[in-house]
Design a protein around this ligand. Structure first.
Ligand code: CP
Ligand code: NVA
Length: 330
């Protein structure tokens, strides 16, 4: 029987089998092909979705909006400033109201429990657009990008450098394990994923042949890596005060030219973005003034190099999110 995800929510990668993830990636490829050929694919005309953002976004919001419009759907954007959500109306009540009006809900915010609760109360598909714990739609785009650039997923040596217990790193570890990539977290021990998450992911890896590795050693982490991935050192929702200690902890894990040289020949550099690779942002300029560093998790040299695939990766957010919406609403 063919795979169907109709009516399902997309909350975390643990909920999906490797075959279902493969199905979403193949669907994304097909939708990308149609878009570039200029072939209309308004398969969900007449449906409407709502996007709830309790944290800021460029890529995720735009990906959902463009993908929904390409599929023929109407879109509403809500944040706490312009709606009752959170202040005057609980998440549970908001979810039940929206479930009566819309066909699907995207949520970006804080704890994973909130997005799971919305799915429970709304009675329609709910998509996780990033929580403190996970960022599953990001990882679909990352897997698609790796497959496009490297021609395969299984057996790829994937290294995450930096804050390896953030939402993106957690989801990458699970995504790699599901699809048979060998995942290395190269980070100070205090920033490794939670043991409970590692244990759960190791069970998946045992079934797919993926290897999981955790190291503080940069040489070991970078050696033979086909993909070097990093993310910002302080995530949305974390306290401003953590910058100083985080910079001290992660400085030596910066992805720079010397580190890329230690990776495999033709290694690619990936980043979910946004990135602090220069001082052309208010945060970047402020950090430069306070701590005297002008580049953080990645140097401008690597970010702008031919090895960097970050903008293709950003584009793929749209194609993969479109696949998730189409698969769950069709
Ligand atoms: N990568 C990502 O989720 O970007 P935004 O925060 O801009 O949505
Ligand atoms: N870890 C980052 C990802 C942003 C897309 C954050 O949560 O801020």
């Amino acid at each position: 029987m063919g795979i169907s995800l109709s009516g399902r929510s997309f909350l975390k990668l643990f909920d999906f089998t490797p075959e279902q993830i493969r199905y979403l990636l193949d669907l994304a490829k097909e939708l990308k092909r149609l878009k570039s050929a200029g072939v209309a694919h308004r398969h969900l005309t007449g449906k409407n979705i709502v996007l709830l953002f309790e944290k800021t976004s460029t890529r995720t919001r735009c990906a959902f909006e463009v993908a929904a419009m390409d599929l023929g759907m109407g879109v509403t954007f809500l944040d706490p400033q312009s709606s009752q959500m959170g202040k005057k109306e609980s998440i549970a009540d908001t979810a039940r109201v929206l479930g009566k009006m819309y066909d699907g809900i995207e949520y970006r915010g804080f704890s994973q429990t909130i997005v799971e609760d919305i799915a429970r109360y709304a009675g329609i598909p709910v998509w996780n657009g990033l929580t403190d714990d996970f960022h599953p739609t990001q990882v679909l785009a990352d897997l698609l990008t790796i497959e496009e650039k490297k021609g395969r997923l299984a057996g790829i040596n994937f290294t995450f450098m930096g804050d390896a217990r953030n939402n993106v790193a957690n989801s990458l570890m699970i995504g790699c394990a599901k699809m048979g990539l060998h995942f290395t977290a190269c980070a100070p021990k205090d920033l490794w994923p939670k043991q409970e998450l590692i244990d759960k992911t190791k069970k998946i890896a045992a079934e797919t042949g993926a290897r999981l590795r955790f190291t503080e050693d940069i040489d070991e982490g970078a050696k033979n890596a086909d993909v070097i991935y990093t993310d910002i050192w302080v995530s949305m929702g974390e306290k401003e005060e953590v910058w100083e200690s985080r910079i001290k902890l992660l400085k030596k894990y910066q992805v720079n030219g010397a580190l890329m040289k230690r990776a495999a020949d033709k290694a690619i550099f990936m980043h979910c973005l946004p990135s602090f690779h220069d001082t052309n942002t208010t945060v970047g300029a402020d950090i430069a003034q306070r701590f005297g560093i002008t580049e953080m998790e990645v140097t401008d040299e690597v970010f702008e190099s031919a090895q960097s695939v970050v903008f293709d990766e950003a584009e793929n957010r749209m194609h993969t999110i479109k696949a998730v919406m189409y698969a769950t609403l069709r």
